[in-house]
Structures are given as structure tokens and as C-alpha cells.
Design a protein around this ligand. Structure first.
Ligand code: TNX
Length: 509
């Protein structure tokens, strides 16, 4: 792979400052195919209109709203135009979530089979304009899109990020801000970790004390924060994410990680005695009493209510780190609970420990190990399970970057940007064929993260590495290219006030 220059020659002189144009190949995540047509550049002006019709209208509105503040142009969305236009077109024949972008001097055409593809193309188009496009007030400069053609589509159907609302609760406004940021990089799933030993963060009507007690003030790690999502909050987040073509995957962690539930309902323990509320960071000490019927009533009530308010296909039931559950009890629990998810209309998702259960054959397993082989996972995959890869030593966004990182954990090692980037999801696990890989997810556990700035700092830039591994064809994989594109993205985050790690591995512009 030849590293293509990121920036092409300076755009022709004019009344406005016109530094370099972005190259078609300068996009994050890397596009599948780009054919530059130097000189055939499109200039966005006060006369430019955006054309769209039918189901393309909402995305056209999003494009106009994204470009208006910095350009100061009206950019009306109209159904037809004789003049210079950016045309959004829905037509059959493009791959899922894929798009085609043709930039010529008189006209830009963005084509896809469905709105999700147009939305992905809009993210590309935004990155092809200079970084000042991120400003929220009009900037005096030329706005030129580089001439040429892009054909793009994802490598994997699942490109996810996880946010842990249990260890520290994060307000809906913070989650929305995170959704805005991750949608820039063609992430299409947001997994919300909604319950754990410390707290319970989603309203469940049939077990109201879960949030009355488990969402009370002081239920964050170290006694910080607290809070929970009401059903309306949750539905609003689902809708907000869907408008950005992101599907929410809710997680209720069972049968371990349930201390907060047991504080609220002592009948979920084997001895009926309420455990102490816990706000330390230990894991693996709590378990539902899997021999008692009430564990299954609880599990089904929660699964039913969460499924009812979740339009997406997946429901994650955790299953990790159950050191306090006997092996036989774990299998008995999964034998009954995994099928419940299907009975309530969802595909079961779980941490890879569920691979031990034959009932996991129809499920999605989320691999979080550090090894390149896991026989039980390979067996479950051979029986039909699909895999989402979140190797802790590569994809965990809560691991520190290096010894100097404020906050973060280090049990899976330090993860600088190159380490987060240099692996191949199609080849990670021995005995697991690429066709069984549904995609990649970068989890962000929040033991040490209090606010949005903490979240952003740990996620960026590493989340972009996971996004590229999930989206871009392997043939584009190239560290030198990736680090150059990332360095050029820095000013965009700076403009938006997004906190990010200025990794010493990157030459930031
Ligand atoms: C392990 S990985 C956990 C979480 C912790 C995380 C911290 C996994 C499925 N469980 O309970 O928050 O490590 O990095």
C-alpha cells in the first residue's frame, strides 16, 4: 500500500484564504475506493443548494445543518435544481450502508440504497471540507471539495462502542454528545451497560426499587454521582441514536454483577439477607441465587421490559466474571435465560463466557479476552454463534494509554494508539472464520470516568482505530496512513471542544 498524500496542492488563489484541500483518501475511517480527479473540484458557495426527495430528505437536512454554521450559507434543501447542487439520491444497487460520492466541478452526487448509506456518505463529505467547517460561526474562507469519486461500504455489519452507565452514571445529555461524536466515524451500535454491582441505571416498573435504591445518589464508584434513565429517557436516547443511524444495545448483567439489585431486593440472594451497598471497583463477588425460581422471575421481568422499549435486534445479558456462581448453576441459568431473550423477540448477546452454554449457539458472543485462542468460543461459533471482538488488550478504551495517563485501568496493559490499531479482527481468534465475525466493539468501562471530558479523553483517538478496523477493507490497513489522517483530524476535535489524547505517536496538525 502506498501512503497517499493527505493534502493536495493549494486551491487556486481567490479573495479568501485557501490553504490546502483535503485528499479524497484523507478520511477516517479509510474509504474502500477513491479515484481522484484533480482539477474537477466543487466549490461550495452561497448559491449552492442541496437536492433530495422522499426518504433522503432527513439526511439532506442533517447535511445542511452541519454545513450552515461555518459557511454562513443558506444551503436550502430542495427537490430539484438547475444550479450548482449537492444531490442526495436513493437508488437500488449499493451495498448495505455503502454509498457512492461523485464530486465534479458543477455538481456533487451522493448515492445510496438506504438513508443509512447516505448518512455515512455525509460523514465522509464533511471530512473532505477543511477543518474550519467544524466552527459554529461563519468563517471567511473558500469551501472546496476535492474532485473525484469514492465508493465505500463497511467490512463488518457491527461497529460498536460501549458506555458503562453503572460504575458512574452519565446523564442523557452526555450520552447524546457521545453519540454525536461516534456517529462521525460510522459507528452504528452503542451498547449501554445499564446495571452492575454499584448501581442500577434503567427503570423497571415491575421491580421499582432497582432504581429507587440502585439509582440513588452516591451509587457511583467511590460514592460519587448516582442516577438512572427513566423509560422516557431511554426511549429518547434510542430515538436520538436512530436519527444518527446508531442502534442501542441494552445490557443487563446477570447472573453476576448484581450487588445493586440485591441491595434493593434481598430476596435475590440465597440467604435472603441484604448485602452491603458497594462502591469499590472489585468484580466477581455477587451472584443471583440461580437455584431459586425468583431469579428467573426477575430475569424474565427485566428482559421483557427492556425488550419492550428496545426497537433494535439485540439484548445483552452480560454473563461475565461469574466467579461467585457455581459452574453447574451458571449453565442451568443460561439454559433458561438465553432462550427467554428470543421469546421476547430479541437476539441474545453476551460476554464470551456464555459460550460455555449450548444455548449460546444462536447468540452473539462478545470476546473480551487477550488470547488468540479460545476453544469454547470456537466451539460455540462452529455451532452457529456469531462473534463481536473486543479484545481487552486492544479495544478496551478504559485501559490507560501509558503510565502518565490520568485515570484509566491497566489490568490488560497500556494501550497506545498503534496498539489499538494494529490487529486484524478477521484473524484474531484461531479456529474462528472471518464469516462468523459480526464486527468490532470498543468498550468504555467507567470506574475512573466521571464526566464527558473523561469519556472523550479515553475514547479519542482510540475509538477511531476500532471504527476503522470495523469499517475499512483490510487492503487499506496502514499505520502510516492512519496516523497521518488522525493527525490531520486533531484541529476538528479542537474546534468542537472535544477533549482527546494528544498521543506522542501522532504528528498533530
Ligand atoms: C472487566 S471485561 C469487566 C468489567 C470491568 C472491566 C474493567 C468484562 C466483561 N468485565 O466488569 O469494568 O473489566 O476494565
Amino acid at each position: 500500500i502506498v501512503a497517499l498524500p493527505l493534502v493536495t496542492a493549494t486551491a487556486s488563489a481567490g479573495p479568501f484564504p485557501g490553504p490546502a484541500m483535503i485528499a479524497l483518501t484523507g478520511v477516517l475511517p479509510a474509504v474502500a475506493e477513491a479515484t481522484p480527479a484533480p482539477g474537477d473540484d466543487f466549490r461550495l458557495t452561497a448559491q449552492t443548494v442541496i437536492t433530495a426527495s422522499g426518504d433522503a430528505m432527513p439526511v439532506a437536512g442533517q447535511l445542511a445543518a452541519a454545513l450552515r454554521p461555518a459557511t454562513g450559507f443558506g444551503l436550502p434543501v430542495v427537490t430539484a435544481a438547475g444550479t450548482a447542487a449537492i444531490a442526495l439520491v436513493l437508488e437500488p444497487g449499493h451495498p448495505d450502508e455503502g454509498y457512492r460520492l461523485d464530486i465534479r466541478d458543477a455538481r456533487v452526487e451522493l448515492r445510496a440504497s438506504r438513508p443509512a448509506g447516505l448518512f455515512a456518505g455525509v460523514q465522509t463529505l464533511r471530512q473532505l471540507l477543511p477543518p474550519e467547517i467544524e466552527a459554529d460561526t461563519p468563517q471567511r474562507r473558500r469551501w472546496v471539495l476535492p474532485g473525484g469519486h469514492i465508493k465505500d461500504h463497511p467490512r463488518y455489519a457491527y461497529r460498536g462502542s460501549m458506555l458503562d452507565l453503572a460504575r458512574h452514571f452519565h446523564e442523557p445529555a452526555e450520552v447524546r454528545a457521545y453519540i454525536d461524536q461516534i456517529s462521525r466515524f460510522k459507528i452504528n451500535y452503542l451498547h449501554l451497560h445499564l446495571s452492575d454491582d454499584q448501581g442500577w441505571r434503567i427503570q423497571i416498573d415491575s421491580w421499582p426499587r432497582l432504581t429507587e435504591v440502585g439509582g440513588a445518589p452516591g451509587t457511583g464508584v467511590g460514592g460519587a454521582g448516582g442516577g438512572f434513565l427513566t423509560k422516557d429517557d431511554y426511549r429518547d436516547l434510542v430515538r436520538y441514536a436512530a436519527d444518527r443511524y446508531i442502534t442501542i444495545v441494552p445490557e443487563i448483567d446477570m447472573p453476576g454483577h448484581v450487588n445493586a439489585a440485591q441491595v434493593a431486593y434481598p430476596e435475590l440472594t440465597c440467604d435472603g439477607v441484604a448485602p452491603k451497598a458497594r462502591t469499590d471497583m472489585r468484580v466477581g463477588y455477587s451472584s443471583l441465587c440461580v437455584g431459586e425460581e425468583i431469579a428467573y422471575r426477575f430475569a424474565e421481568d427485566v428482559i421483557r421490559e427492556v425488550a419492550e422499549m428496545t426497537p433494535g435486534p439485540y439484548l445483552h445479558i452480560g454473563g461475565d466474571e461469574t466467579f461467585a456462581t457455581a459452574h453447574g448453576g451458571y449453565l442451568a441459568f443460561q439454559r433458561r435465560v438465553l432462550p427467554l431473550v428470543g421469546e421476547h423477540g430479541k437476539t441474545a448477546f453476551g460476554w464470551h463466557e456464555i459460550a460455555q452454554s449450548p444455548a449460546a449457539a444462536g447468540a452473539v458472543l462478545q470476546y473480551w479476552g487477550k488470547e488468540n485462542s479460545h476453544p469454547a468460543v470456537a466451539t460455540a461459533v462452529a455451532a452457529g454463534a456469531r462473534l463481536v471482538l473486543s479484545p481487552a488488550n486492544r479495544a478496551y478504551l478504559d485501559m490507560r494509554y501509558d503510565k502518565l495517563t490520568p485515570g484509566g485501568l491497566d489490568w490488560a496493559g497500556s494501550i497506545e494508539v498503534r496498539k489499538a490499531y494494529d490487529w486484524n479482527p478477521g484473524r484474531l481468534l484461531h479456529g474462528v472464520p472471518e464469516e462468523s465475525v459480526l464486527g468490532v466493539e470498543a468498550p468504555l468501562w467507567s470506574e475512573t470516568l466521571r464526566d464527558l471530558a473523561d469519556i472523550e479523553f479515553m475514547a479519542f483517538p482510540r475509538l477511531v482505530a476500532a471504527a476503522e478496523l470495523g469499517w475499512s477493507p483490510r487492503a487499506t490497513h496502514d499505520w502510516e496512513s492512519f496516523r497521518a489522517r488522525l493527525g490531520a483530524y486533531g484541529p476538528r476535535w479542537a474546534r468542537q471542544g472535544v477533549r482527546f489524547h494528544r498521543s506522542p505517536q501522532i504528528r498533530w496538525s
